[in-house]
Design a protein around this ligand. Structure first.
Ligand code: ZN
Length: 260
């Protein structure tokens, strides 16, 4: 949840600065809490976003656990509008949505759902890649087409979101399409290697890369902590956790190490 973190006792001289920092954190809303669970939830062992040395250009402040003296730089973030997030499968109430905390081989979340439910943009952003044709063949099982029909988008929060196994991609959606949180991207089905599984949306969160880097696009951190928030009407951002995972990977296009 988004309750303010407990802080160690603060020397009196710093108390005022600390209070200002706390107030700023509250003013920014719940989304700044993403770095804690985002890092620890990942099976990849990223040790938490607060240690990331990544540039703070696109994410919410990561200074909440830092000494109060560093609170000043975070004030620049107060001018940014906090991102709005929407659960990516809609309508939640009638789609029998369910998902776990596990994913085979790499971090992602399979959101099981009724066939034909809507995959919507989880936040404002721009569509980057679309696959309208299911080219998956079980005989070859090529990683690049396992998703079947799919949509990837880059959120204004700097995070890439990817949903696959679609029945079809919405006609109005293609590379470069500007989308708003909650806008229809496609309908959920069993395309790609979901042909023999229960109907689900494969949902991946990653940092952006050049097109075609499917082993990053499919997911680099676990989405479920953010899905939990969005489903409950919250707006927890994965931006800091994604930056931490990128810092840990060391490069935007690391080699494929599983299911390649
Ligand atoms: Zn999956």
């Amino acid at each position: 949840m988004s309750a303010p973190r407990l802080r160690p006792p603060t020397p009196p001289g710093r108390a005022l600065v600390a209070l200002v920092a706390i107030a700023l954190g509250l003013a920014l809303g719940a989304c700044s809490g993403g770095q804690r669970a985002g890092g620890t939830a990942s099976g990849s062992g990223s040790g938490g976003g607060t240690t990331s040395g990544a540039p703070a250009s696109s994410d919410m402040p990561t200074t909440s656990g830092a000494p109060a003296s560093s609170a000043a730089p975070s004030t620049s973030a107060t001018t940014r509008q906090p991102a709005r997030y929407v659960f990516p499968v809609q309508p939640i109430s009638s789609c029998n949505v369910r998902y776990g905390h596990f994913h085979h081989d790499y971090p992602a979340t399979d959101i099981f759902s009724k066939k034909g439910c809507r995959f919507v943009a989880p936040t404002d952003g721009v569509v980057t890649e679309v696959s309208r044709t299911d080219r998956w063949d079980p005989a070859t099982d090529l990683g690049a087409v396992r998703g079947g029909r799919s949509v990837a988008m880059l959120g204004d929060d700097g995070v890439r979101y990817y949903g696959s196994h679609l029945l079809r991609v919405d006609d109005g959606v293609g590379p470069g399409t500007r989308v708003r949180a909650g806008q229809l991207l496609g309908l959920i089905d069993n395309s790609g290697d979901a042909r023999f599984t229960a109907t689900h949306l494969h949902f991946g969160i990653s940092w952006p890369t050049r097109d075609g880097v499917w082993w990053v696009r499919r997911g680099m951190i676990y989405p479920w902590p953010y899905l939990d928030s969005w489903r409950a009407g919250g707006s927890r951002s994965p931006a800091a956790a994604v930056q931490a995972a990128l810092a840990e990977a060391g490069r935007r296009v690391p080699p494929c190490t599983s299911g390649c």
